[in-house]
Structures are given as C-alpha cells and as structure tokens.
Design a protein around this ligand. Structure first.
Ligand code: 5AD
Ligand code: SF4
Length: 493
C-alpha cells in the first residue's frame, strides 16, 4: 500500500480544484498536474464501477537512479488514487528496466512473457515499459514485434510525462488501441516539482544530476541516459528542506558522476560547494552520495568530507580495473597509481571511512597480469565491500567491437578468485569494529525476528539489535557485539 505520509508533493495542488474545461497547459509541470487531475477523476469513477480499488505494480531493475525514477512514478500514481501492490496481477503494471549488463535485459523478456497470462485474464490491464532498455531501438523493435501486450513504452528522458502518457492511453477511444511509443533521444529539460513517493519516512534519494559524459568504453549509460545535466542548487536544497520538514534525516544525493556536478550550470558550482549548502540544512542529520568517479574527485571535496559533521563515512569509488593499461582502454582517465594515491588522501582526511567499489572482470584483452594487478589493488585498498561484475558486451559501445574478448572459462576462474578475496577482506574489515559504539539510524523491525530492529551505521554497515518499532527513524548509539561478515549484532547503549 502506498502511504501518503511518505509522499512529497511540493506544489500541494488539489487535483479536484484543477479546471479541466480550461485548455491543456503548455508549460511543465502544470501540464502534468492537468493530466493527473483528469486521471484522478477517471480512477474514482472506475473504482465505483468495479466496487474495489485500482492496483498498480512497479517492477524496478537496476540502479538507484531507476529506483528513484520508480518513486516518481509511484508519487503520481498515489496522487491519482491507485494503490500499490507487489503482485503483477494488477490493473497497471510498469517495468522500469536496466540495460547495463545483458542479463538485465533477458530478465525483462522473461517477465514480459508472464504478463501475457495476467492480461488475458484482465483485458483492461495496462502495461507500461520504461527505463534504460527502452532507449535502445532494437529492444523497442523486439517488443513491438513479439510482445504486443505492452501498451505504452517511454524512455529515461521523458519520465516526467508519465501522467500524460497514461492519460493518452486511458482516454484513447479507438477500437483497436495501438501501442504508444514515446522515446526521446536526449533532452536538456529537467522538470521540477512533481510529486514523488519514498519507501521510508526518514530517508530519501535526491537526484542532483542526470546522464553521464564519460563514455567509459564498456558502458551503455551515456547512450541511454544522455549527457550530463545538473539540477540547480536552489531546487535541490528546496527539495531537501521539504523532505526534512516531512521527517527525513538522511539523504542520498544521486548522480552517475556526482563529482562533476554543477560544472555545466549557468552559474557553475562544485559538488563540494553543494555539499556545504546541504550540510547547513537544519534537521538533516546524514548525507550520502553516489557515484563518484575517481578522475573528478577533488581535493576540495576531500577537505569538505574531512570536516563535515553530516557526510557519512562511506565512499563508493569504482575502480573497474587495477591495470593502468586496461584503465586507459576503458577510457577511465586515471592510473592504478592515481587511484591508490587518491585512496591514501581520502583515508588521511577521513581515517575511518568505509570504501566500496565496482570491478569488472574479463574486459576485452584482460591478461593474467592485468587481473593480478586488480587483485593487488583490492588487497592494498582493503574494500569494505565490492560489487564484482563479469564484463558484458553492450552493442554500440566501443568495447563491444574489440576483438580480443576473454574466453568465458578464464573469466569464470578470475571472477571466483576475486569474489573470494573481496569477501575475505570484507569479513576481516567488519570484525575490526566489534566492541565499538557507533550511531545507527534504525530503519525497520527485523523481518525474521520481531524482537530486533535493523539499522545502518554511518559507514553503511547493517546492524541488528534488540529494540522496538518506536526506534524507527531515530539515530541511536549501539555497541557492536558480534560481526557476521556483512552485518553486525549489537546492543543499544
Ligand atoms: N559489463 C560489466 N559491468 C559493467 N558495468 C557497466 N557496464 C558494464 C558492462 N558492460 C558496471 C561498472 C559500473 C557498474 C554500475 O556496472 O562496474 O560501475
Ligand atoms: Fe558508465 Fe563510466 Fe558513466 Fe559510470 S562513469 S555511468 S561506468 S560511462
């Protein structure tokens, strides 16, 4: 169920007051509020007709950007009167897709096949597809050909048009409704002030920028999310202030490459300067951000992190490879040595910082020596945790046409070795903090044992400790009594 308490509605427009006889507004976001008002009326009528609620289900694949986009969709759906369900046997099903690796695509096709069954049972069911996969022409062609049960396809650039697209489908009076496809190649537009839902009352993601300009040679993101666009600092601050008023104590600032935030604004501002502004917001207790690109992580930022009281002691710093030779071919613009120096600087400024990373195994041309260098950096840095990926060929990226792809069996052996190493180091790291007292933001009552609550430390470790529901959203001191590798047991002090 969508709980409206967790829905920020910055404009607070009463949809029942919107004049539907007036011409459709041309400017955003008013245009979308007009369509929301129209849809709300329709949803109310439909509910009366059916004698039950209307249910929607969003399935989100991929990263935190997608998760936040789904919250924007849910914000609109809750405002117009839908109720959320986890079952795909719903009145409206939306797949928010990811295409960063090929297995993400395959998962979606499997699920689309299953949806057919539900649609046969409920012909009025509406199915919509959005997200990164929809930015690929061959994907859209395949859906058009083989998955006629999909009603609406839209992309990453026009997600703000969700209400309008849904309305176009709902109010399409034609006998045989055609699949509605609206995918933009790119955009410079950022539409502010639409309603957005969030899962937790006390924490929220906040987009600070969209897109990526880096074109790492393996990565499809710049092609499907477009060029970098930063939000105006005033808009970001206003959103966070609104969230804080609503009970939020922790924000996660989101961007593909937060370190280049603000460079292209009319009045340029650095990410470090933005952080300083966010730090000043009264009532906000914790600030996280992701993702940082090592090439753009400035001394100014390290300094701000070092003196901040609110920035969490956690940094996600994708390495991708420990071989300078491969890093060059990957178009990463740093060497192994640059990376290690950066880590040293960060650790000096923030000694107890938890470092996490992303690593790709089996990039074209990766030799045993290259791989050993990755293992060496992993050992030297001692990551608190690391996401390890097997290289996946993405059509349209420069790496996809490189000839020396690494054989699968070789990749598998390397991948297993890396994973073991990463896990071994992570367990050692976590064990070191046993006995310490740390601040924990309590997130929920433990799913498996209701006498425990579960929360996160500043370093982003999970902690379970005895406590009740009343602690949710509070930051409390907890003694870490036992390490389980990836999480701790503790007791409140
Ligand atoms: N193959 C494997 N991993 C990839 N990533 C991005 N593109 C690919 C690819 N083609 C990984 C990178 C990135 C993370 C989000 O996904 O490590 O940091
Ligand atoms: Fe992809 Fe590189 Fe941009 Fe990250 S920085 S989204 S890996 S192109």
């Amino acid at each position: 169920m969508i709980d409206l308490r967790y829905c920020s509605d910055p404009k607070g427009i009463d949809l029942d007051e919107v004049d539907l006889m007036a011409p459709v507004p041309e400017t955003e976001p008013n245009r979308q509020y007009y369509f929301m008002a129209k849809l709300k009326k329709w949803v109310t009528q439909k509910k009366e007709e059916l004698g039950r609620s209307l249910f929607c289900c969003t399935q989100t694949f991929g990263c935190q950007m997608n998760a936040r986009d789904s919250e924007k969709i849910l914000g609109i759906l809750s405002k117009i009167g839908y109720e959320e369900t986890e079952s795909e046997d719903a009145d409206l099903v939306i797949f928010n897709t990811c295409t960063v690796r090929e297995n993400a695509n395959l998962k979606v096709y499997g699920r689309l096949g299953q949806l057919k069954k539900y649609k046969n049972k409920n012909p009025e069911m509406i199915t919509m597809m959005c997200g990164c996969m929809m930015q690929e022409k061959d994907v859209v062609d395949k859906i058009k050909k083989s998955y006629r049960n999909v009603d609406v396809i839209f992309g990453t650039h026009n997600i703000f048009k969700f209400a309008e697209l849904l309305a176009t489908r709902v109010f399409d009076k034609s006998e045989k409704k055609k699949m509605l496809v609206d995918v933009w190649e790119d955009t410079t537009e950022i539409v502010e002030e639409l309603p957005v839902e969030r899962k937790y009352s006390f924490k929220s993601g906040v987009n600070i920028m969209f897109g990526c300009n880096n074109f790492c040679s393996y990565c499809i993101v710049p092609y499907v999310r477009g060029r970098e666009r930063s939000r105006e600092p005033e808009d970001i601050i206003a959103e966070i202030k609104c969230l804080v008023k609503d009970g939020v104590v922790e924000v996660m600032l989101l961007g593909q490459n937060v370190n280049s935030y603000g460079k292209n604004l009319e009045n340029p501002i650095s990410f470090a300067q933005l952080l300083e502004k966010v730090e000043k917001i009264e009532g906000l207790e914790r600030i996280r951000f992701m993702t940082s690109h090592p090439k753009d992580l400035s001394d100014e930022l390290i300094e701000v992190m070092g003196r901040s009281k609110k920035i969490c002691k956690q940094l996600h710093l994708p390495l991708q490879s420990g071989s300078s030779r491969l890093l060059k071919i990957m178009n990463r613009h740093y060497t192994k040595e640059d990376y290690l120096t950066l880590v040293e600087k960060i650790r000096k400024a923030v000694p107890d910082i938890a470092l996490t990373t992303d690593i790709i195994v089996g990039f074209p041309g990766e030799t045993d020596e290259d791989f050993e260098e990755t293992m060496e950096v992993v050992e030297k840095v001692g990551y608190d945790s690391a996401f390890t990926f097997i290289y996946s060929k993405r059509t349209g990226t420069p790496a996809a046409s490189m000839e020396n792809q690494v054989p699968e069996d070789v990749v598998k052996v390397r991948f297993d070795r890396l994973l073991n190493k990463v896990q071994e180091i992570a367990a050692e790291k976590a064990a070191k903090d046993v006995g310490k007292v740390v601040d924990v933001l309590v997130e929920e009552v433990n799913e498996h044992d209701s006498s425990l609550v579960t929360g996160r430390t500043s370093q982003n470790y999970t902690v379970h400790f005895p406590g009740g529901e009343e602690l949710i959203g509070k930051i409390v001191p907890v003694k870490l009594s036992e390490s389980k590798g990836f999480y701790y047991y503790g007791e409140q002090m």
